[in-house]
Write a protein that binds this ligand. Sequence first.
Ligand code: NDP
Length: 237
Amino acid sequence: MSTRTRICLVTGANRGIGLEFTRQLLARGDRVVATARQPGKATALNTLAGEYPGRLHVLPLDITQPRTHAELARELPLAVGDDVRIDLLINNAGVLHSGERFGALGLDTLEHSFRTNAAGPLLLTQTLAPQLANGARVVNMSSRIGAIALTRRFGTPSYAISKAALNMATALLGQALSPHDIVVVAVSPGWVRTEMGGADAEVATADAVAGLLAQIERLAMTDSGSFFDWQGAPIPW
Ligand code: NDP
């Protein structure tokens, strides 16, 4: 059995759910590449890097900018060694524009949400595909708000539409990467207490991430292209 340390890559890792994934992955013994738009200002990540010397690498990435995807791919061998094999890619970075309403929708928030929440994760996964290990897991942080079957009211349209697009990207990536035994899933962390979720949210960040990691550990090839929440309950598309 191989004793190679697992390598995980988490986007949007400077705060919220991404930071908590980084913490828990390091605590379980993995090596983590954590990306942030501005690594120099990612205080919590830089403190963690001091606590886990050689196991946490903080690299720049703006998910809306494909140029930075390519730069990240070029930097990876310098960070983790020439034979880059990412075992777990967590496409976590995301944005929610609140306050949109029907009658006053504009292209800016729709376009920005799509670039951040859907096109970004799809294109980053494509760029990193040659560096994904056989049997890797790709986890796209989606939301129940992106489930067309659960639509109840007109709320956060740019977010909802972009997460629905991410769900389709998940299914397509699952197909594209199946020859390499790579499992691609969309997950919902629940309503989580972060800057995005707000103080009244139901689920503590640590619980959401621990739940998702437990679900990710159980994934089999037949789960590729599926959508479920932090407790493992399937979510309709
Ligand atoms: P936060 O707003 O707390 O954190 C979002 C993270 O994404 C930050 O690190 C932020 O970086 C990063 N980010 C935003 N835009 C970009 C970009 N263009 N390039 C790179 N990084 C970017 O959100 P959460 O931690 O709550 O959410 C994480 C994920 O979980 C998101 O995809 C979200 O949609 C999803 N989710 C969250 C829920 C919740 O209740 N919290 C519910 C359902 C899904 P920066 O600090 O630089 O802005």
